[in-house]
Design a protein around this ligand. Structure first.
Ligand code: NAD
Length: 499
């Protein structure tokens, strides 16, 4: 396929007329709420659409449709190969409609269109297809009973899943929930983030086109406090699969405790360390550090936001990172395929990041690169890639998730034990990386890093085949890999008397 040009995307933009209504029981229906939220594009501040703010009634209708579809077995009782076929057809349709999905995501969220196509849409399709393939390849178990009995253990779908997702990798994270939830026979109500509702609605329409029975996948856009809360408190929802910020994750645990005690899986944020040990390959580390914090404008849960580097290597490493950043991270219109760094998702997020920079300065750190809002004439929310040096691990910008293109640089004496202590001294535990040329040390340190994923001499290497999630305040539960199938099922024992 020929590379798509900036002009191509600008022309496509003129034709955008997105569906905004909730998708319930196989069709778009009017929300029962008159209130709407403006969907504003961070590329230029333009209005894209008005999204319904949603209501508890919308959620109730969606949960009801999901429950009906679950109880009558129209999906879970289909032969496994038929379910696989439908999910594969859906993955194909996602790819066939990649341009529409990517354009909506980029318009709403601001990530470069090339990345929306290459990562968010392509990997979402890949994830759905991967879980489709598990449907007719997953076996259950027979227990080692004595000869007078036969007992078998089967994985049963949980029922109605409420999937609540953030905006930063909206389609991809949605696929991490929907892939295993649907592959195991559940029905789902999806609540997209306010900032990224439009592509989620297209995704649901495509699922129906692929043959997913009505009611099995419903999407209710709207405000978190209204729609998210109603889903979290709904007594007929069996599980909430949440990815988002730690405080909202905890709210879902409260909602569950105050309603029906539903399961809650929380995938929340990170303050992930890139730990450089003496003698590491600094050129390789520089590239991984820059991409690890500036990709997606730093709005990545597993962004490598804390660089922990020996004092003696710091100047050389920072010079490499700065030079690579200046050469590579071209800031601009996310619809321009040559753009590498798009805007932040909205004015709120930009304001939050700027406040963190002020706090960093007040606490004694120095912004040594970037730190300025740019391209203001566009009306967009663009920020330079930013490096803050002289950070101590007890400063606010080393402890709290900034969620922007801001690298906090923490120097240390080069003692590996001290490096590990600093890396682990955080409330979070999503990912960590260690940079060293010593293979024994690599193994020893990797074992001591308290994170759901530990990378050695790399960063952000990932695939649907490995689990993703974290320790401590990052949450509980894992997305991706075959282990995610367990997250959407419960075990049933059936015992047959043969005596
Ligand atoms: P957020 O917590 O504000 O929102 C997440 C979802 O919760 C959205 O759908 C939102 O509408 C809903 N919500 C918001 N307030 C709510 C409320 N009071 N009740 C019910 N629902 C509510 O998070 P965000 O800003 O969309 O995403 C950024 C956060 O997500 C960051 O903290 C990031 O680290 C985290 N994240 C984690 C992972 C991971 O896998 N660990 C991946 C991506 C993002």
């Amino acid at each position: 396929m020929a590379a798509l040009t900036h002009e191509h995307w600008l022309a496509a933009l003129d034709k955008v007329d997105p569906e905004t209504r909730p998708f319930i029981d196989g069709r778009f229906i009017e929300s029962t709420s008159d209130e709407t939220l403006p969907s504003i594009s961070p590329r230029d501040g333009a209005l894209i659409a008005h999204i319904p703010a949603g209501s508890a009634e919308d959620v109730d209708r969606a949960v009801h449709a999901a429950r009906q579809s679950f109880e009558d077995g129209r999906w879970r009782d289909l032969p496994p190969r038929e379910r696989k076929r439908i999910l594969l057809a859906w993955a194909d349709l996602i790819l066939a409609n990649a341009e529409e999905l990517a354009l909506l995501d980029t318009l709403e969220m601001g990530k470069p269109i090339t990345e929306s196509m290459r990562i968010d849409v392509a990997k979402a399709a890949e994830t759905i297809a991967w879980y489709a393939e598990t449907v007719d390849k997953t076996y259950d178990e027979v227990a080692p009973t004595p000869g007078d009995a036969l007992a078998w253990i089967t994985r049963e779908p949980l029922g109605v899943i409420g999937a609540v997702v953030p905006w930063n990798y909206a389609l991809l994270i949605t696929s991490w929930k929907l892939g295993p939830a649907l592959a195991t026979g559940n029905s789902v109500v999806l609540k997209p983030a306010e900032q990224t509702s439009l592509a989620a609605l297209v995704l649901a329409r495509l699922a129906t086109e692929a043959g997913l029975p009505d009611g099995v996948l419903n999407v209710v856009p709207g405000r978190g406090e209204i729609v998210g809360q109603a889903l979290g408190r709904h007594r007929d929802v069996d599980k909430i699969a949440f990815t988002g910020s730690p405080p909202v994750g905890r709210l879902f645990q409260v909602y569950a405790g105050e309603s029906n005690g539903k399961q809650v899986a929380v995938e929340a944020g990170g303050k992930s360390p890139q730990l450089v040990l003496p003698g590491a390959d600094l050129a390789a580390a520089a590239s991984a550090v820059a991409w690890g914090i500036f990709y997606n404008a730093g709005q990545t849960c597993n962004a490598g936001s804390r660089l922990i580097v020996p004092h003696e290597s710091k100047a050389e490493l920072l010079a490499e990172i700065t030079s690579l950043t200046d050469r590579t991270f071209r800031i601009g219109d996310p619809l321009d395929p040559s753009t590498v760094l798009g805007p932040l998702v909205d004015e709120n997020q930009l304001g939050t990041v700027m406040r963190y920079l002020d706090i960093g300065r007040e606490e004694g750190a120095s912004v040594v690169h970037g730190g300025n809002r740019v391209l203001t004439e566009t009306g967009g929310t663009y920020l330079e890639p930013t490096i803050v040096d002289g950070v101590r691990n007890d400063m606010t910008i080393a402890r709290e998730e900034i969620f922007g293109p801001v690298l906090s640089v923490i120097g240390y004496d080069g003692d590996p034990g001290e490096g590990v202590r600093l890396a682990n001294d955080t409330d979070f535990g999503l990912v960590a990386s260690v940079w060293t040329r010593d293979v024994t040390q690599a193994h020893k340190i990797a074992r001591r890093l308290r994170a759901g994923t530990v990378w050695i001499n790399t960063f952000d290497a990932s695939d649907v085949i490995t689990p993703f999630g974290g320790f401590k305040a990052t949450g509980a539960g894992r997305d991706k890999s075959l282990h995610a199938l367990d997250a959407y099922t419960a075990l049933r024992t059936t015992w047959l008397d043969l005596s």
